[in-house]
Write a protein of this length. Structure first.
Length: 100
């Protein structure tokens, strides 16, 4: 009786273990050599800091242009908010108006 239970248990365990032994083939693995060479190396801390600084300078320059064109971002609860911003973008020549 014990042998019979052991054989039945093994008949369930062996196919299940065999399913995990074979690694599945994914489409991504066939081209992994090509993608590994095209991916950029991770950015260093200094590179990330420089990128943040550059993005902040770009954002501040754009905001300065909008303020010079008449947009005031500090006005809270502005009933004409989207129109004021769009007018300033047109005046400053900054493309940011979305088609609605």
């Amino acid at each position: 009786m014990k042998n019979r239970i052991a054989i039945i248990a093994l008949s369930f365990i062996v196919p299940a273990a065999g399913a995990f032994a074979v690694s599945p083939a994914y489409a991504q693995t066939s081209a992994s050599g090509a993608t590994a060479t095209t991916q950029a190396a991770p950015m260093t801390k200094e590179q990330k800091k420089a990128a943040r600084k550059q993005a902040r300078a770009k954002k501040n320059a754009e905001l300065k242009k909008l303020e010079d064109a008449g947009y005031n971002p500090s006005r809270g609860n502005d009933p004409d908010y989207p129109q004021n911003l769009q007018n300033a973008q047109k005046k400053a020549g900054i493309g940011g108006s979305a088609a609605q």
